[in-house]
Every structure is written in structure tokens, then in C-alpha cells.
Design a protein around this ligand. Structure first.
Ligand SMILES: [Zn+2]
Length: 466
């Protein structure tokens, strides 16, 4: 029997072990999409205890706790930090075969050198041991990133953000590059007219552009896009159910914008036309500046109205949606490609049924101008686990070039999530190692070791040019 979570974890043969330890493990991390709070990095905060770093913002854990019968008071509520931790510790033994079980123990090992399994019996010791470390400077958030060999990370930021925290981090001369990413979801969300108008008013102030027409609105957004670029941003991101690709005229969009600004709700068609117009504008700006555009497609969000009212978005009430992606995606990419305005693009699907669709879609627009120009992004959110990663890697291998893949990202809100890169790397090395051992790939460790290094680091480094 193999030992649980030792250095051979997920590596089922000697070749896989060699690939991981000699090639994958030493590679630095480029985490090109996450949701880490820039203010915490700017202020280089220390967490007071393990609950703060693990449970304050982690909807994955809250979902597991609720499913295990834990009251909301211990998830997002006002129970004290240790009481919350006790409930999490009591939940962990029930998370076996969910990635949380692996992540939890990898995080205890990698950050704190704690090899014990978390359970009600070990809760107190682990909490005290880890919390004592967290309060030391060695465990400040900047040092946590350093510990994981992170070279670059991109946060997720709204066009109205002042990026003051990014500025402070840069001015401090922090050696890890902390870059913003432009995520204008709110700028095109016209489902709620009042919220959209409040957003446009905010943008007006922040960008210092008076907004009375659609052209003014674009001018203000473009100004913020330009500002993000001056702050080192070279990546955009969109979280969408599916691409909007209606046909529209400029006059139609100007009229739709005027209707919104007068407080009138839009019809479904108008809503889709407006989104279609905005998406094309953002995409063209990204192309102009040589940015990478990312599309996270297919989440069905905020499904529990009662809990949405109580806790707001991003608190664990989302699921995989069954939106139709193919036709709209092809039409959108084609619109841009036709006029040679298609930026480097990464497509992420949340529904695993779309894996092969994505893996073949990218081939339609890889035109030889840049290696791996259109990417099938890493397994994401609900698919960010062993089975999901293997399926994504296999679809990409079978229908594209795995060797050109820009690899893993955390997409996380937690400073403790970096072992997910290790998780991915081990799975990747095991797939290569197994096929070498089976004689399906040549035993050429120099070449395959280089491919592994590329997927873990060099491809992303060359692709993003941070
Ligand atoms: Zn994300």
C-alpha cells in the first residue's frame, strides 16, 4: 500500500516521479488569473489565525460544511473563529474524494509542515500550531507567495478600480509581479437598469469623463483600459453564461444606451445586442494592445434566491450551467478574426460536456501567427480536481497540442491555494510518465521533461510576456 500524500502523491510510477521532481517541481509559478485581494498584498497583512486565511472567503468550504449539516453561523455568520474552525475540522473527514480533502492536507503540509490529518481530534493542535506561525512575519501574505515560488500573479479588477493597491505594491519594489486584470462584467450587465446606471455614474467620476451618450460611455471605459495598461495590465477577463453575438447597428446601440440611461428596462433582444456590441469593443481594445483575453463561460450563478438575498453573490450558490456555447463562440471569434482583430484568447468552459467543443474550437482560429494563440484553458472551479484536470488535458492532447498549453492557474480567493499548481503538475507528470512506461511515448526524458517545464512555466511566460 502507498503512503497517503507523500512525495509520490498522484505519481504512480518511477518515470512520473522523475518527471515531477526533476522538471515540474522546480518551475516558478505564473498565476495569471486569481481573485486575491490586492489591498492585503499592498498592506502585507498577517492573518491572526487559520480560520481567517481558510474560511473567511472560501465558498468551496462553506458548501461542504452546509452539506455536512453545519449551520450558516459557522460558515459566513458571527460564530467566533475557533468555533468555525472546529466545524470545518469536523467536516474534513467527510470530504474524502472531494478535492477539498487533498487541498486541505497539501496546504497544511506545504505552508505549515503539518503532516497530521485534520479531524476533531487534531483540530486544536493544528489550529494553534498554524495560527502561531501565521502571526509571524514569515507568514505575511507576501512571504506566503514567496514561499510558493510565485513569480507573477494577476488579480481580477473592475474598470472603476483606482488600482491604488497595485500602485503601492509596485512602489514598494515587491519582487513578485502583482498585476491587475481588466474585468468589465459590470460595465455590460444591463439586466438591472438601476445597478447599471449606478455603475455608469461611478465610472463617470472615476474616469473623469462626462457620460451622456454611448460614445461617452465607451470613451470612459477606454480611458480606464488605457490606465490599466499603464499599470502593467495585459490581460482581460469576462465571466459569462455564454457569448452574446447578435447583429446590431451603431444607431441601435446608441438608442439602447439612451433607453437605459433614462431608466427604461430593456427587452431580451436589446439586452443581447448591447452586450454583443460591448464585447466586440473590449475585444478590439485587447487586440490593439496585444493583451490576452480570457472568457470564463458557463456558470449558472446565484441559484438560491433566499441565500442570495441574505449573503449576496459569490457565497456558494452557483452551479454548472447547460448553455449552448459552440455557435456563439465561433461567430464571436470569427467576427474578430475576419478583420484580423482577434487577440490572444483563452477559453474556459465550466460544463465538462464542452471539453471537446473547446478543444476543437481553438483550432479554428490558431492561424500560425503566435504559437498557441487560442488556448483551451485549465479545468476551472467545479472541474478543478483530478478527474476534471485529466479530462481537460486529454481533450486538449487528443484534439490540439498539449505541448503549447499555458497551464494551471488558481482562480482562487485564498493565499493558501498555491499547492493547486503542484496538484496539476503531479497529474500532468503522471499522465506522461504512465504513457512512457507503457511504451506509448518514447523514453526521451530530455524532450518530455522540457515539455513538462514548458506547460508548467515557459509557455505562460512566453505567451503573456509580463
Ligand atoms: Zn475567476
Amino acid at each position: 500500500m502507498k503512503k497517503f500524500l507523500d512525495e509520490k502523491f498522484l505519481l504512480q510510477n518511477d518515470t512520473a516521479i522523475e518527471l515531477y521532481h526533476s522538471f515540474a517541481k522546480p518551475m516558478p509559478i505564473i498565476d495569471y488569473h486569481n481573485h486575491l485581494p490586492p489591498d492585503q498584498i499592498a498592506n502585507d497583512i498577517c492573518f491572526e489565525n487559520l480560520t481567517q486565511v481558510w474560511l473567511y472567503g472560501d465558498h468551496y468550504k462553506w458548501r461542504a460544511m452546509r452539506t455536512n449539516g453545519v449551520n450558516e453561523r459557522f460558515c459566513t455568520g458571527n460564530a467566533d473563529d475557533y468555533a468555525k474552525f472546529e466545524q470545518w475540522a469536523a467536516t474534513v473527514p467527510s470530504t474524502m474524494r472531494n478535492p477539498l480533502y487533498h487541498w486541505t492536507h497539501l496546504e497544511l503540509q506545504r505552508y505549515f509542515d503539518i503532516n497530521a490529518l485534520l479531524s476533531p481530534d487534531t483540530a486544536k493542535d493544528i489550529y494553534e500550531n498554524a495560527s502561531a506561525k501565521l502571526r509571524t512575519n514569515e507568514y505575511s501574505v507576501r512571504n506566503l507567495l514567496g514561499k510558493m515560488n510565485v513569480k507573477v500573479l494577476c488579480t481580477t479588477d473592475d474598470p472603476t478600480d483606482s488600482l491604488e493597491h497595485h500602485k503601492k505594491i509596485k512602489d514598494d519594489g515587491f519582487e513578485i509581479k502583482i498585476l491587475p486584470a481588466y474585468r468589465p462584467d459590470k460595465a455590460m450587465n444591463v439586466d438591472d437598469v438601476a445597478a447599471f446606471n449606478a455603475y455608469a455614474d461611478k465610472l463617470e467620476k472615476v474616469a473623469d469623463v462626462s457620460i451622456s451618450t454611448y460614445d461617452d460611455y465607451l470613451k470612459a471605459l477606454k480611458k480606464s483600459h488605457d490606465f490599466f495598461a499603464t499599470m502593467g495590465c495585459s490581460v482581460s477577463d469576462h465571466g459569462l453564461e455564454q457569448l452574446s453575438v447578435e447583429d446590431f447597428t451603431d444607431i441601435e446601440i446608441q438608442q439602447i444606451f439612451n433607453r437605459i440611461r433614462s431608466g427604461t428596462s430593456l427587452s431580451y433582444d436589446e439586452n443581447q445586442k448591447f452586450r454583443s456590441a460591448m464585447l466586440i469593443e473590449f475585444a478590439k481594445w485587447d487586440h490593439e494592445k496585444g493583451w490576452v483575453q480570457q472568457f470564463h463561460l458557463g456558470a449558472l450563478r446565484n441559484n438560491n434566491a433566499r441565500m442570495m438575498k441574505q449573503l449576496g453573490a459569490d457565497t456558494g450558490w452557483d452551479s454548472i450551467g447547460d448553455f449552448s456555447q459552440g455557435k456563439a463562440l465561433a461567430k464571436f471569434l470569427n467576427r474578430l478574426d475576419e478583420s484580423d482583430q482577434l487577440a490572444k484568447t483563452i477559453l474556459y468552459n465550466l460544463n465538462p460536456a464542452d471539453n471537446e467543443l473547446m478543444a476543437t474550437m481553438i483550432g479554428n482560429f490558431n492561424d500560425g501567427s503566435v504559437a498557441g494563440k487560442i488556448q483551451f484553458g485549465s479545468a476551472w472551479w467545479f472541474l478543478d480536481q483530478k478527474d476534471g484536470m485529466i479530462k481537460q488535458i486529454n481533450a486538449l492532447s487528443n484534439m490540439g497540442l498539449l505541448s503549447r498549453f499555458v497551464g494551471m492557474l488558481t482562480d482562487s480567493r485564498s493565499f493558501m491555494s498555491y499547492p493547486r499548481h503542484e496538484y496539476f503538475r503531479r497529474i500532468l507528470c503522471n499522465l506522461f510518465g504512465q504513457e512512457i512506461e507503457d511504451g506509448e511515448l518514447p523514453h526521451d526524458m530530455a524532450h518530455i521533461g522540457k515539455l513538462v517545464e514548458d506547460i508548467c512555466y515557459h509557455n505562460a511566460n512566453n505567451y503573456f510576456k509580463f
